[in-house]
Write a protein that binds this ligand. Structure first.
Ligand code: ATP
Ligand code: MG
Length: 215
């Protein structure tokens, strides 16, 4: 049995067409069922539904053989024991800095002021600002980062942006793009050794599905 870890929402939704292109159908809709383990049309492949940020842990510890996780999650998490063979090109977005329109980010950076930054991505934010030589006080949040600059909790946020409509709705400006993000296939290294043939085939099928023009 091969176990693939996915998270509900955009990762699951964007992975389905790739599985479909590989001739694999997932037998249940996670939005309708409460099941956390779902079978597929391939008797030797099942899907487990986990929190997006738990995908690397499941795959590292062998709770799943493979998984799909955003580059944001992978870089924020340690990658020990994870083989990362493929950029799936799905769940695309970018990691950016955003502030209120009345906050002068450029001069704060230029003047070397201390900036208060709220984010779920403290590792990535720390690395980004350290590389720029900007002093930051990081405030770890678990959601609704947009609220932080609006309430005076922080000067800036580091968050994922796709269309920009959430920022816009909250009168925030994207002032710096840190990196482009997409979801990656990750594989447990030990599983790859023990079940080399079927896992290799699955990776190849994903690769072919990514390369194929969208149906
Ligand atoms: P949870 O909702 O369980 O706290 P999450 O918010 O990280 O976790 P999702 O919102 O499903 O989970 O996001 C999963 C992944 O989708 C992200 O890690 C990221 O790689 C990708 N993604 C693409 N666009 C966006 C976006 N606009 N906002 C958030 N994530 C996005
Ligand atoms: Mg979410």
């Amino acid at each position: 049995m091969i176990t693939l870890a996915l998270s509900k929402g955009r990762i699951f939704d964007d992975t389905l067409p790739l599985l479909h292109a590989a001739g694999i159908e997932v037998l249940e809709d996670p939005e309708k069922s409460r099941k956390l383990i779902i079978g597929t049309s391939r008797p030797d492949l099942r899907v487990v539904l986990v929190r997006a940020s738990d995908v690397p842990t499941y795959v590292q510890q062998g709770g799943a053989d493979l998984g799909v996780a955003g580059l944001d999650v992978l870089l924020e998490h340690d990658s020990h024991g994870l083989y990362r063979p493929l950029d799936l090109g799905i769940a695309r977005c970018r990691l950016s800095v955003a502030t209120r329109a009345d906050f002068d980010y450029a001069s704060a950076v230029r003047q070397g002021s201390r900036i208060r930054v709220a984010t779920k991505y403290t590792q990535l934010a720390r690395q980004h600002f350290a590389a720029k030589g900007v002093h930051v006080d990081l405030i770890k949040l678990y959601g609704s980062m947009e609220l932080a600059p609006l309430t005076g909790l922080a000067d800036a946020i580091v968050d994922l942006v796709s269309t920009g409509s959430t920022l816009k709705a909250n009168h925030l400006l994207e002032v710096e793009r840190i990196m482009d993000i997409s979801a990656r296939l990750v594989v447990n290294q030990a599983a790859l050794k023990l079940q080399r043939e079927p896992i290799r085939k699955l990776i190849d099928a994903f690769e072919a599905a990514v390369a194929a023009p969208a149906a």
